[in-house]
Design a protein around this ligand. Structure first.
Ligand SMILES: [Zn+2]
Ligand SMILES: [Zn+2]
Ligand SMILES: [Zn+2]
Length: 1001
């Protein structure tokens, strides 16, 4: 036998080998993988694999089908995908049916703009057709974008609010509200956009700063002032009001004061003014009222009488300039803050909080029942007209003296000038305040009373006639519904129900409670074309309105066949049941309601229209997941529909996500140049990076994004990818069925790695269970970068590369790597859908492996963590940190280059000495520290012995150059290099490995 080297040393090193590339190339590889999934029909395969297991339903809040997706929409859908996929991987049957909101103002406005002047000549039917086409096209684009993000669902069969079936269901559920007596028609002030000429829902209004003219105006008292106080007998008395909307003054029908506040009547020349006592000084100063002293300085006005507001109840003033009474009324809504008589409804609370600091106003509130919510309520109580002399385009109607035909916001200044000329204006100035604006056109909105359909929040829904089993009318003797639920108002029902729902984060319940405490009746009618018509008829003879559930169901059946377009293609009598007659006058001629339903009603019915009508789903849903704006919107309307139709919330858990902001915490706008466009990120880095960004941020708070932040995410991705690649590369040649090493025969560090894996699995499952995806990310990231890359892989690299391929110790490491890679793929599959499947594909052949990781389940923690082992290794790694620090110092000082050039001597106290001793004895320690030689000495160390300053003060590390020669094969230094005749340049360990390789050849 020749003594020459028989093997080429380089070829005896087990270099990693895998098809899992270092460079992800996601922008190219993702579309290919999507195509593969589509071809294998992955979604259906998953459904089939979960058939019969417990269901988990996330119900999709439908985005508007009117624009391309942006980062916020992408984030919303990705988070939902996380929920659905993680539950699927926990073994649930978790179908996902995406939805699209297709009706509504945004789409109609867009079509308006496109059609321009042509629209006025078009029939409602042609407009509806144009809207339908527009929504269908937008929906198609969005679908492609969502799919590109890796979101899995029934994309070939989404729910679409403009489908025949959905339109029919919308009408039917409106019928349920009608039957339970929640629906009424009334004139009531609603938010009104004079630009778009439509009523707006609360959710369609946003608040911005706005400058209004603030005016102090005097209204002459016409009742006998002696009725208030004898001291006022025979005096010319005026009540001072304050308002920031002079244009509502022509509609003034009264003045409200607080019954319990003290008011004062004070002198100014020969006139007497009444304001709240607390505000006398402020008003007098502002309006320059009261006497002057000899120097011409103003002195406090002389108060003639003080009295409670209740003294003024039902006395009368005359309008400031019109020949019409203005009634004095008392109401608890009156505040001493200025904002109380602003037109805002939702901000009443805000205004009341502000009152403490803001002392604008007089405590006497100008009341125009047609133009404000509180005004409407008190006006109703005092029997005033709901007078609204403003048309839909915001112009005064012809009966308004002096200002007929003027637009309200332009009329403001004219009214101020007019009042000044008439001498009824005491003071005016510009006033900055928060004011409601239209969410679409951004113009300020007004409050305007129009005939509208409402859903009452406070009427008890007990009017419904339910028969019990004996056919008796239960409503005569009990308030109960069939299921025993007490008849209650929607407000009460909602307030009760929201306590039962689980809100994540928990502040959701307060938010929702406040929402329902304050919300006014739901105005559901819109003066628009593109939507579901309010299925109500009017008798042509007596004008009786027919809102009847059975009639509505009849209409809905027609919608089901022909879509809601039938409302326009058919005559009224073709929509009514045959021979339908007016209950009041017997008439047979009918007209149709022209308003459509609020689009929030449309989406509010989705749970029933979708979940109850598809066999793969069920009502109620487990989870709703949307942004915080939906407390006003979809969470709100869905709850009301659920309560009206099924006496229950349509959801058990409501998750709320934050907004997407830029790195500085500002909202993203294309125009501001700070928007991150998903399609650009996809093109540059891949959808995976957006998904990982979603997972890495805590979505319960606002989520910041920028190019720099995405760069950090990309770095994180690379680390995860490299970790997976190391494992896969070193599994080359490993056959899991043939080569797996049983647990009890594994090397200790491999057993340790699997214990750590078990702990991570436990954490990850727990975080998925709690919808805390950022905790999943952090657990996996730390596991990959610290536990694996920096520790485990670092140590086993030598064994994997230099031991004979089939060596038991190497197989032990591979067994651990295989389990780690398999578990990583499953745990990452929810977030990194593409990469996890790529890992899966590159795992060693296993006949039982599923066609995609997404068909698999999350690994289960087996709980066999060896606590003693984990604690021991925790100490070992702490010692290792100390050693590394010392080595780094010597490297910097030039004593060593690679750590393999070092010999490390440790002095430690008894406890650590005993712990490390076995590793020294079996020659493991040097591989753990990645040095060539180690020495261990027991010493009674005391803190001041110059030991390291870290967590383990009782260690002293000494580094010197290793003895012997460098092995050509493994680069360790050894005094035995040269002892083998066959392999004169390698160490004793490599000689053994080479002999083993030769044997196996
Ligand atoms: Zn508008
Ligand atoms: Zn009639
Ligand atoms: Zn060697």
């Amino acid at each position: 036998m020749s003594t020459e080297t028989r093997l080429d040393l380089k070829k005896t090193i087990n270099l990693p080998k895998t098809g899992f590339a270092q460079k992800a190339n996601l922008a190219q590889s993702e579309p290919a993988r999507l195509k593969k999934w589509a071809e294998m029909d992955l979604y259906r395969l998953i459904q089939q694999s979960r058939a019969g297991t417990e269901k988990f339903i996330l119900h999709d809040g439908p985005p508007y089908a009117n624009a391309d997706i942006h980062l916020g929409t992408a984030m919303n859908k990705i988070l939902k995908d996380f929920v659905v996929r993680s539950r699927t991987m926990m073994g649930y049957d978790a179908p996902y049916v995406p939805g699209y909101d297709c009706h509504g103002l945004p789409i109609e406005l867009h079509v308006d703009r496109k059609l321009g002047a042509k629209k006025s000549n078009m029939s409602p039917l042609s407009i509806r057709r144009a809207c339908r086409e527009y929504a269908a096209a937008a929906l198609k684009r969005q679908t492609a974008d969502f799919q590109r993000l890796g979101i899995l669902g029934e994309w070939d069969n989404p729910y679409v609010t403009m489908s025949n079936h959905y339109e029919a269901e919308t009408a039917r559920q409106f019928g349920c509200f009608v039957e339970r007596g929640y629906v009424y028609q009334g004139a009531r002030p609603v938010y009104w956009c004079i630009h778009d000429q439509t009523a707006l829902a609360e959710a369609e209004v946003e608040y911005h700063q706005h400058t209004s003219p603030s005016v102090y105006v005097k209204f002459p008292l016409t009742s006998d002032p002696a009725l208030i106080d004898p001291a006022l007998a025979g005096r010319k008395v005026f009540v001072l009001i304050w308002t920031t909307t002079p244009w509502t003054l022509p509609a003034n029908l009264g003045i409200a004061v607080h019954p319990d506040f003290e008011y004062s009547a004070f002198e100014h020349g020969d006139e007497v003014y009444i304001v709240a006592s607390e505000l006398v000084e402020a008003v007098a100063a502002k309006c320059d009222l009261g006497q002057r002293d000899n120097n011409g300085d103003r002195v406090a006005p002389r108060v003639l009488a003080r009295f409670h507001g209740s003294k003024l109840d039902r006395l009368e003033c005359r309008h400031a300039w019109l020949d019409r009474p203005s009634l004095l009324m008392v109401g608890e809504h009156v505040t001493l803050g200025g904002e109380a008589d602003a037109e805002t409804e939702l901000d009443v609370k805000d205004a009341r909080e502000k009152q403490a600091t803001s002392k604008a106003g007089t405590g006497c509130v100008h009341t125009a029942p047609g133009h404000g919510h509180d005004d409407f309520v008190i006006g109703k109580r005092y029997g005033l007209d709901i007078y609204c002399p403003v048309d839909s385009s915001g112009r005064f109607t012809p009966d308004v003296e002096h200002f007929a035909g003027q637009r309200v916001f332009e009329a403001n200044q004219n009214i101020v000038d007019f009042m000044r000329e008439r001498g009824v204006l005491l003071f005016s100035e510009n006033y900055e305040h928060r004011y409601p604006h239209c969410w679409r056109c951004k113009n300020p909105v007004i409050f305007r009373a129009t005939p509208q359909w409402f859903i009452s929040m406070d009427r008890a829904g007990g009017e419904i006639i339910e028969k019990d089993e004996d056919g008796r009318d239960r409503s005569n003797f009990t308030n109960n519904f069939t299921d025993g639920t007490l008849a209650r108002s929607l407000r009460d029902a909602a307030l009760q129900e929201i306590e039962r729902v689980k809100w994540i984060p928990a502040w959701g319940v307060d938010r929702m409670r406040n929402m329902f405490k304050g919300r006014p009746d739901w105005c559901v009618s819109r003066q628009r074309v593109w939507g579901v018509p309010i299925p109500v008829f009017y008798c042509a003879r007596c004008n009786e309105a027919v809102a009847d559930r059975s009639v509505i169901n009849h209409v809905a059946d027609i919608f089901e066949q022909e879509s809601a377009d039938a409302w326009h293609t058919r005559e009224a009598r073709e929509l009514l049941p045959e021979g339908y007659r007016c209950r009041k006058c017997g008439g047979e001629q009918w007209t149709k309601e022209t308003d459509i339903l609020d689009v929030w009603f449309d989406s509010g019915v989705s749970s029933l229209a979708v979940l109850e009508n598809r066999k793969e789903l069920r009502w109620p849903a487990d989870v709703y997941l949307e942004g915080g704006d939906q407390f006003r919107g979809w969470f709100n309307s869905s709850l009301l529909v659920g309560l009206a139709v099924r006496d229950r919330a349509p959801y058990n858990i409501v998750l709320t996500h934050g907004w997407t902001l830029d790195a500085q915490g500002r909202a993203m706008h294309k125009s501001a140049g700070n928007a991150v466009a998903p399609e650009e990120v996809i093109k540059k880095s891949g959808a995976e990076i957006i998904r990982l960004w979603c997972a890495s941020s805590n979505y319960f708070e606002d989520m910041r994004c920028s190019e720099e932040i995405l760069q950090r995410v990309t770095d994180g991705y690379r680390k995860l990818r490299n970790t997976a690649r190391f494992a896969l590369g070193n599994l080359h040649g490993f056959d899991p069925t043939r080569d797996t090493v049983p647990d009890n025969e594994m090397l200790e560090i491999d057993a340790w790695a699997l214990s750590e894996l078990d702990e991570v699995i436990r954490k990850v499952r727990e975080a998925y269970e709690a919808y805390e995806f950022h905790l999943v990310y952090h657990a996996l990231y730390n596991f990959c970068t610290v536990t694996l890359s920096a520790r485990y892989f670092d140590i086993i690299k030598d064994r994997l590369y230099t031991f004979a391929p089939r060596n038991h110790a190497r197989r032990s490491a591979q067994t651990a790597l295989y389990r780690i890679a398999d578990a990583l793929a499953r745990m990452l599959a929810t977030i990194l859908v593409f990469t996890a499947d790529e890992i899966w594909e590159n795992l060693p052949d296993d006949s039982s492996r599923l066609a995609a990781v997404h068909l698999a389940e999350l690994p289960k923690a087996n709980g066999q963590r060896d606590a003693e082992l984990m604690t021991r290794w925790k100490v070992i790694f702490q010692v290792r940190e100390e050693v590394f620090r010392e080595l780094e110092g010597k490297r910097v000082a030039g004593l060593i280059g690679s750590s393999l050039e070092a010999r490390v001597k440790l002095r430690l106290n008894r406890e650590y000495y005993d712990l490390l001793r076995p590793y020294q004895d079996n020659d493991e320690l040097r591989y753990i520290f990645i040095v060539s030689q180690t020495g261990l000495f027991q010493a009674d160390m005391r803190p001041n012995d110059g030991g390291s300053s870290g967590e383990l003060p009782l260690i002293l590390v000494e580094v010197e150059r290793a003895e012997g020669e460098k092995c050509d094969r493994c680069w360790n230094y050894s005094t035995h290099v040269g002892e083998s005749a066959s392999y004169p340049n390698v160490c004793e360990r490599c000689v053994a490995a080479l002999q083993e390789i030769e044997r196996d050849m």
